[in-house]
Design a protein around this ligand. Structure first.
Ligand code: PLP
Length: 439
């Protein structure tokens, strides 16, 4: 049999024998076995429950095992489990319609992919084909996915062992807490980051640059909410040089930031939008590119040279339809915005007064980062040992956090209630107050 009434130890042992894991030295892998979930809760093989403040990989926006989404997948599986992308399919069209309804005016088509990386891959391809240019400018502090072009566009350390392709240029984006621009205010940070971007474009040769690709709110890099004026400024620069603006909404979109698309709150309209994760809460792998009418029209008579066996897979499309409908009917986007503004933000910020390990709190919606520092003056990051201790202390209190570098990301499902958030915040406060920043 494939499923047994195993213990955590037995599941870990079985997993380690045969499964090769992402971003890990295989010998030290020991991930917590999760065997079930419901809403914001998951449980392990030993029967312990955890409040999931990670939303797994920041993607289970509607919570675990949402009955409508599970049922939609079951219904679609019973009707037609799979179909080639060359066939027309109503479920796929329905998913595209619901996504387009949430995009700004002027977007007319959706190209479906298997996830976020290949969404960025195809957005870059669209930009290159329509501009006839090659280079892509993106941020150092970014993550865009783990395929050939997407990992080269990525700015963080994961790019370096994977860097084979040409045509990628990186710039520093705004991050006032650790400013690269000697800025003292958000306005200065935005203005100087924009100047750095424009000077880089000029020095690279504007005629060689197909796209600027940015996460609307860089997520894994630390929930770096852009300062006012930055994204509209990027739009102006892109327009000045005929560059396609791609906004990566893979992590920030579909309720995470308290909006359907995070850029809705930042006064900017991209040419291409990439999405994945929250669009169907990851119940079946799915991503895609929302394409402006202008770019889509360029392929009315010209072949688009790209495709995937599972582009618009019916189970993935059915789960997107059900997720978006349930989010709309249950007010999930509004819940995320409210709980961010009324509960998560205020309480995490107030915690700074009692927990010296907190350097900065940033975020919105259900998208928060708590920067942990050894010294508030120098802003030096805590050691990996402090991060590991915080992670296990939270786990002991029944809370799954999302840790990246020296940060705790508080990124629960967007359906989280005030009570659940309060419980999670109590545990976080206990842990952060008691931790020794210098340990
Ligand atoms: N873009 C962003 C902003 C992401 O956060 C991620 C994944 O974390 C990706 C792209 C890649 O998505 P996937 O892992 O589905 O390929």
């Amino acid at each position: 049999s494939t499923i047994t009434a195993a213990t955590n130890a037995a599941v870990i042992d079985r997993d380690r024998r045969s499964v090769f894991h992402s971003w890990s030295a295989q010998g030290s892998f020991g991930g917590l076995p999760i065997v079930g979930g419901d809403g914001t809760t998951v449980w392990d093989a030993d029967g312990r429950s955890y409040l999931d403040l990670s939303s797994q990989l920041v993607n289970v926006n509607i919570g675990h095992q949402h009955p409508r989404v599970v049922e939609a997948i079951q219904r679609q599986a019973a009707t037609l489990s799979t179909i080639a992308p060359a066939h027309a399919n109503e479920t796929r069209a329905h998913a595209a319609e619901l996504i387009l309804e949430r995009a700004p005016e002027g977007f007319s088509k959706v190209f479906f992919t298997n996830g976020g990386a290949d969404a960025n891959e195809n957005a870059i391809r669209l930009a290159r084909l329509t501009t006839g240019r090659e280079k892509v400018v993106s941020h150092y502090r970014s993550y865009h996915g783990n395929t050939g072009t997407a990992i080269s566009a990525t700015g963080d350390w994961r790019r370096m062992p994977n860097e084979y392709s040409r045509g990628h240029v990186h710039v520093f984006g705004p991050y006032l807490y650790r400013t690269e621009f000697w800025a003292a205010t958000p306005e200065e940070e935005a203005e100087r980051a924009l100047r750095h971007l424009e000077r880089t474009i000029q020095a690279e040769g504007p005629d060689t640059i197909a796209a600027v690709l940015l996460e609307t709110i860089p997520g894994t890099a630390g929930v770096l909410v852009p300062p006012p004026g930055y994204l509209p400024g990027v739009r102006r620069i892109a327009d000045r040089y005929g560059i396609v603006l791609i906004l990566d909404e893979v992590m920030a979109g579909f309720a995470r930031s308290g909006e359907w698309f995070a850029f809705d709150a930042f006064d900017v309209r991209p040419d291409l939008i990439t999405f994945a994760k929250g669009v169907n809460s990851g119940y079946v792998p799915l991503g895609g590119v929302v394409i402006s009418e202008e770019i889509a029209r360029a392929f009315d008579d010209r072949i688009f040279p790209g495709g995937l066996t599972y582009s618009g897979h019916p189970l993935a499309a059915a789960s997107a339809v059900a997720t978006i409908q349930a989010m709309a009917e249950d007010g999930v986007v509004e819940n995320a915005r409210r709980i961010g503004g009324d509960v998560l933000g205020p309480r995490l910020t107030a915690m700074s007064a009692v927990a010296p390990v907190i350097g900065e709190v940033r975020g919105l919606g259900v998208f928060w980062a708590v920067e942990l520092v050894a010294d508030r003056e120098t802003r030096e990051a805590v050691s990996p040992a402090v991060v590991a201790a915080a992670k296990s202390a939270l786990l002991e209190r029944g809370v799954l956090g999302f840790f990246a570098d020296n940060r705790l990301h508080v990124v629960p499902p967007a359906v989280i209630t005030d009570d659940e958030a309060g419980r999670g915040l109590d545990a976080i406060e206990e842990v952060l107050v008691s931790i020794d920043p210098l340990a």
